[in-house]
Design a protein. Structure first.
Length: 356
């Protein structure tokens, strides 16, 4: 069975681990123990970061935050599998991607505290800042991929978005553009079942978002995004296609957003606790962790150590962020690489207002 599947009228979701954490022998990527352990460590670290970010907002120590609990496997694996020369265009929910790509968690907390400097693009990787408008970043990925192609670079562009953003016009225009020019671009749709309070069942009438790839002549595949082994297989195939000049791929990773859409949201208003409990059974902390234990990658001692190290790293990052100070005037410095006359005028006007 090919891992990358073009859909023909029905949803064919790629999975490797069954409910008992037993892998499909034909699809198991048979990753090394070192890789699996590193993946586990990063996913634990990201989940600790996520929980801390929510806690800081609840304490009034940072601003609105968009949790990613349940979506770690997609973001962490992509961060581990990409090269530093590859590009990513995240949405507002991809903090785990930055961590996996080597970003300083202290900087991420600085950003959440309202300082623009925390989201400055690091020199060591090609990661765009978080994009707040829904779906606008879907056009940036093909644009970067097109530039890479014109320059003869081998870099791949990965653009992240959710199921809600797939209803935006930007997504369809970006898919069409990437298809026409056969761009090395991967469209990464993390379908977490809810576009704020709008469920998938009333967002679209097709069997899947991945099927939309057919209308653009693009490869499309749906994968269990809470099964790291399955996602590794699918993303690996998409990367190879992009690097070999075979064009874009649309990946729909089926996940679940366990937390709220953001810390300004109360999911209990629109979904049941029973629904959340059902999806909890599919979380990577169940099947995947069991798989790791069964294969001798982790044990109680390693798990406890990884937990302690992750908590310590997050607390250290928070302490760093707490010492950071700047002026709100800084927000004008990250609009254009060279400020326009109008922007400079606004900056000076704001300075006068702020310093009163």
């Amino acid at each position: 069975m090919p891992v990358t599947t073009v859909f023909e009228g029905s949803t064919q979701r790629v999975s490797v681990l069954d409910d008992s954490a037993v892998p499909d022998s034909q699809l198991d990527p048979k990753l090394s123990k070192d890789f699996l352990l590193e993946l586990y460590k990063k996913m634990i670290l990201c989940r600790k970061f996520d929980a801390k970010a929510i806690a800081l907002q609840r304490q009034g120590r940072s601003f609105t935050y968009t949790p990613f609990e349940g979506q770690e496997a997609v973001q962490v694996l992509i961060g581990m599998m990409l090269k530093p020369t590859d590009w990513t265009c995240p949405s507002y929910r991809e903090s785990a991607l930055y961590i996996s790509r080597g970003a300083d968690m202290g900087d991420l907390f600085v950003y959440l505290k309202g300082h623009e400097d925390g989201m400055a693009i690091p020199n060591k990787t090609n990661d765009m800042p978080l994009s707040i408008p829904v779906g606008s970043q879907t056009a940036h990925g093909p644009g970067i991929a097109y530039a890479n192609k014109l320059k003869g670079n081998q870099g791949v562009a990965v653009v992240f978005f959710g199921d809600g953003a797939s209803s935006q016009g930007d997504f369809h225009e970006a898919m069409n553009f990437a298809s026409i020019y056969k761009l090395p671009c991967i469209f990464m749709c993390t379908n977490n079942q809810w576009a704020i309070s709008t469920p998938c069942k009333i967002q679209y009438n097709g069997a899947s978002i991945a099927q939309r790839a057919l209308s653009y002549g693009v490869m499309g595949v749906q994968v269990d995004g809470m099964d790291p082994l399955a996602f590794y297989q699918v993303f690996d195939q998409a990367l190879k296609r992009a690097r070999n000049g075979e064009g874009p791929t649309l990946i729909e990773a089926i996940c679940y957003r366990f937390g709220p859409h953001s810390t300004a949201d109360d999911p209990k208003k629109y979904r049941s606790e029973e629904e959340v409990a059902t999806w909890r059974k599919m979380d990577w902390t169940g099947r995947f962790v069991t798989y790791l234990r069964n294969n001798g990658v982790i044990n109680e001692q390693i798990e406890a150590q990884v937990d302690q190290e992750a908590i310590a790293s997050v607390e250290q990052a928070v302490a760093k962020a707490d010492t950071y100070t700047d002026s709100p005037v800084q927000m004008f410095d990250y609009v254009f690489s060279k400020p326009t006359a109008e922007l400079e005028r606004q900056k000076q006007e704001f300075k006068q207002f702020y310093n009163k």
